[in-house]
Ligand binder design. Structure first.
Ligand code: SAH
Ligand code: SF4
Ligand code: F3S
Length: 480
């Protein structure tokens, strides 16, 4: 047992579950690096690795921005680093195992470089069990902080560097929205834009409402200003981020909510707008209408269904039935026949019967998704589903996952086949990883295209004729 040190703040899942009803406060002047800390990174390098979703990706851009404001420079090899920071994900056990494996294998670097600092932040740091494990078994980890106090990194790192002690600061209650944090964007043409933080949906299997706290929306003007600046800087695409973007503004009484934010963003005239994730429960007609009316809002919607069985959906706490999901799905397709739709599906939720699983397969048959992210249910400590008895063996779950993947892959191929001979607009990411003669990028409908380029450069939007269709990508040739 590691004794709790004075000054430590440890996570508490019960606290994290509580929701206050006060209106979101926007803090504009909370972040400043004290003068004695501003240069502590001079001559030092940091290695930052990100796990998990786009919210973490965007947080890492802030972490990089903060570290660079303290004069640290980035490096791409952990062996070169003076600080190794892992921004972690807790969504499933295998996500956690990856981080723990990495921490274990990087430990050896400490023997060559005793001053090397290991830091862990992100969603895993919000979990009681994990922090206890890190404190007891991963003694080389010197700094642990959570998702709510990223802005405290300068002071926390300074404490570790100047006093050589272990520092743990994890807040279980979310803070307010802090607006002036530095950012070093990793992409030159595509940018993530947070519109809100946290989640209040509490789907019974999910850890996110505990690791990310209450739903808190940014002010609409702050978001629009960020998009305007990105456009001026030459960005071609923004993705509006939230665990459930449909809830945007509800906590802060913002009139018009997400539909109105989406419309105002579109009017700025940036070339491509995407958003993720939207929950099928509160996807409004106004949203469909705005997406359909603006050419620069991409015809692609990620609409996680999780299960095709109404009883399982009810136990998952998803707030919609199979029929309600299908009604929404068809409404979107009717208004926008060319809109691509992807989904997330969990198989092997506690006590899922063969018949219930087959309802998921038949929903996939009906929707014919363009893409799907499929997972075996993973119990998360502290969530209601983790306390449910489960009569489904891992073997059955694995078999169901394989059957489901085979099924949705067929439709993904079918959807891609429909592109043969068509021309599409592609935002170019750069040369393909496998062959530098070939460029790659995404269509408006979010299809990956590898194409023979004429003069296309990264960041261009070019017209490509599709010459071949695979399950997960398209091949093509750039037109004049
Ligand atoms: N806010 C998003 C989802 C974020 S998590 C939404 O509601 O759509 C991304 C996906 O991970 C979820 O859609 C779900 O399919 C999956 N997931 C979440 N918790 C899980 C768990 N305990 N086991 C397996 N998959 C899980
Ligand atoms: Fe998790 Fe549900 Fe919130 Fe998505 S909406 S983050 S699945 S609790
Ligand atoms: Fe993972 Fe946290 Fe995102 S648990 S999926 S990094 S919100």
């Amino acid at each position: 047992m590691v004794k709790k040190q004075p000054g430590w703040a440890l996570p508490d899942l019960k606290e994290a579950q509580k929701r206050s009803h006060h209106q979101t406060v926007i803090e504009k002047a909370l972040f400043a690096i004290p003068p004695h800390i501003q240069m502590i990174g001079q001559g030092k390098k940091y290695y930052l690795r990100t796990y998990g979703c786009q919210a973490n990706e965007r947080d890492s851009e802030t972490l990089a921005g903060i570290l660079e404001s303290m004069q640290f420079t980035p490096c791409s090899e952990p062996s070169e680093a003076d600080v190794i920071l892992l921004n972690t994900c807790a969504i499933r056990k295998n996500a956690e195992d990856k981080v723990l494996g990495e921490l274990g294998s990087l430990k050896r670097l400490k023997s060559d470089k005793p001053d090397l600092i290991f830091a862990v932040c992100g969603c895993m740091a919000q979990e009681e069990e994990i922090v206890t494990l890190l404190l007891e078994k991963y003694r080389h980890v010197q700094l642990i902080f959570g998702t709510h106090n990223i802005h405290r990194l300068p002071e926390l790192l300074y404490e570790v560097m100047s006093e050589g002690k272990r520092v743990v600061e994890v807040l279980s209650k979310e803070g307010e929205v802090i607006e002036n944090l530095p950012v070093r964007r990793f992409g030159k043409h595509k940018a993530w834009v947070n519109i809100m933080y946290g989640c209040d949906k509490f789907c019974t299997y999910c850890i996110v409402p505990y690791t990310r706290g209450k739903e808190r929306s940014r002010a609409m003007e702050d978001i629009l200003d960020e998009v305007r600046i990105l456009k001026e800087e030459g960005y071609k695409e923004v993705t509006l981020l939230g665990q459930n973007v449909n809830s945007y503004g509800k906590d802060a009484g913002i009139v018009g909510g997400f539909a109105s934010l989406l419309e105002e963003t579109a009017k700025i005239g940036i070339e491509r707008i995407r958003f993720t994730t939207s929950h099928p429960w509160d996807f409004t007609d106004e949203m469909i209408d705005v997406i359909a009316r603006y050419d620069n809002i991409m015809p692609f919607i990620h609409l996680p269904v999780q299960s095709g069985d109404s009883e399982i959906l009810k136990i998952m706490g998803r707030r919609y039935t199979r029929e309600q999901y299908l009604t929404l799905f068809h409404k979107i397709k009717e208004r926008m026949p060319n809109c691509a739709i992807s989904t997330d599906i969990i198989v092997g939720f506690p006590n899922e019967s063969e018949e219930q699983f087959e309802n998921t397969l038949s929903l996939v048959d009906e929707c014919q998704f363009d893409n799907a992210f499929t997972f075996i249910y993973s119990p998360r400590e502290g969530t209601p589903a983790a306390r449910m008895a489960d009569n489904v063996s891992l073997e059955v779950k694995q078999h169901r996952l394989a059957r489901l993947n085979e099924r949705w892959n067929q439709y993904a191929k079918l959807k891609n086949d429909a592109y043969l001979g068509k021309t599409v607009r592609v935002l170019v990411d750069g040369a393909s990883k496998k062959n530098d003669q070939i460029m790659s990028g995404y269509t408006e409908t979010n299809k990956l295209v590898n194409f023979v380029a004429k003069d296309a450069k990264a960041g261009d939007i070019v017209t490509v004729k599709i010459t071949g269709c695979k399950t997960f990508s398209l091949d093509g040739e750039q037109c004049e």
